[in-house]
Ligand binder design. Structure first.
Ligand code: IMP
Length: 194
């Protein structure tokens, strides 16, 4: 099964490739000249839009991941706008902004949320939501992963995601959970053999 990842985010590409590596899926990245506007109001809407557009363009199955971090003390922001939060800012600046907003606050709950969608050029075959609850650290810690990983500590852990290696992160992350649901679906539906 040829599968084109509907993302140009290098961090997501690496994690999705690692999560799909044990399975019989021939993973490709999307063409650099194709862009899909993420203007939906929900992760699911954006994921479906990205998967459909890339599948049609590539003439193959496409897997899209729309995700973001929701910070309780920011009323769930940046949420579905996580990639565009502080437009043009680096990941480091975005992390620092959240740390500054939460400085001195004890309310530090947050969660990652993701919608995953699998499409072929004609239809959506699968979609799933997953989340990873946790809290915002007091400071940036760790260098692995991407995005908000250096400030996010999953529930039940004391290290940030950026202090974990990719195997540890994938075993517990929102993305790992959603991809494992997709794999279960593919096994049952046998789409992989179509
Ligand atoms: P989008 O799905 O392309 O809109 O971008 C989602 C944004 O949310 C990414 O650019 C990251 O900033 C953030 N994000 C999503 N998943 C993760 C993750 O696993 N770790 C850290 N940041 C993430």
């Amino acid at each position: 099964m040829k599968l084109v990842l509907a993302t140009k985010n290098r961090g997501k590409q690496l994690e999705l490739q690692a999560l799909l590596a044990p399975f019989q899926v021939d993973v490709h990245t999307m063409p650099a000249d194709l862009s899909v506007e993420e203007d939906g109001d929900s992760y699911l809407e954006n994921a479906v839009k990205k998967a459909s557009a890339v599948a049609r363009s590539a003439g193959a199955f496409s897997l899209a991941d729309d995700s973001g971090i929701e910070v309780d003390a920011m009323d769930g922001a940046p949420g579905v706008h996580s990639a565009r939060f502080l437009n043009g800012a680096t990941d480091e600046e975005k992390c620092q902004k959240i740390l500054d907003l939460l400085r001195g606050r004890s309310r530090r709950g947050a969660k990652f949320r993701i919608a995953l969608a699998l499409a072929d050029p004609a239809r959506i075959h699968f979609a799933a939501h997953a989340e990873l609850p946790g809290r915002i650290a007091d400071q940036v810690r760790g260098t692995s992963g991407f995005g908000y990983d250096p400030i996010f500590i999953p529930d039940g852990h004391s290290r940030t995601l950026a202090e974990m290696n990719s195997t540890e992160k994938n075993a517990l992350s929102h993305r790992g959970r959603a991809v494992r649901a997709l794999i279960r679906f593919l096994k049952y539906a046998k789409v992989a053999h179509a």
